[in-house]
Write a protein that binds this ligand. Sequence first.
Ligand code: PRP
Ligand code: URA
Length: 209
Amino acid sequence: MDNVTVLSHPLIQHKITLLRDKRTGSKEFRELVEEIAMLMGFEAMRDLPLENIEIETPITTCTAKVLSGRKLALVPILRAGLGMVNGILALVPSAKVGHIGLYRDEKTLEPHEYYCKLPKPIDERLIIVLDPMLATGGSATAAIDFVKQHGGKNIKFMCIISAPEGIRRLSEAHPDVPIYTGCLDEKLNQNGYIVPGLGDAGDRIFGTK
Ligand code: PRP
Ligand code: URA
């Protein structure tokens, strides 16, 4: 699918393997999620618009490039998406951060919203929705529905691990949204977990299980 970019850089692949390992504890897990988000951010922000400004170097004046337009909006899906924010802020410290709170009902696997706050004017920003896991795709699809209802137009989705089911659902619901994923895994199990995956990302980041 041409809206999907799998980021096969060796550094990303190496760090995802460490994330998957069940022996990796919360501290290291959090650090890895942040580092992977930063590495993925390079690719997802490859087409950020630039403009020319005049500056003076110690040697001469010259025309040089800076990022143009409204600041980027990062929108993590709570909770696990929070783990990716600082990695991208390290690259673009001026980005604004919105939040969408969703949890997946453990029986129906359908997402439920509990919070939504987005930076204004959302319609003039490039918005990167962040969540380490794209499983059934219900959460990402609902989050992007909310962003669009609030006026968001230029949206990308970034995850660390995805399942084919989630890629399909999100692409069908939002064909205009490019998806960046670190790995495309094999399938979902009967509980809606990605196989081989890494388990529950929120629990592993926050040490809640
Ligand atoms: C996890 C994950 C995604 C969602 C993915 O969150 O962080 O948001 O599941 O699954 P889906 O593609 O099937 O919707 P969860 O609902 O467990 O909430 P949490 O981040 O608060 O743990
Ligand atoms: N959410 C997770 O955190 N992990 C999965 O494998 C699926 C959904």
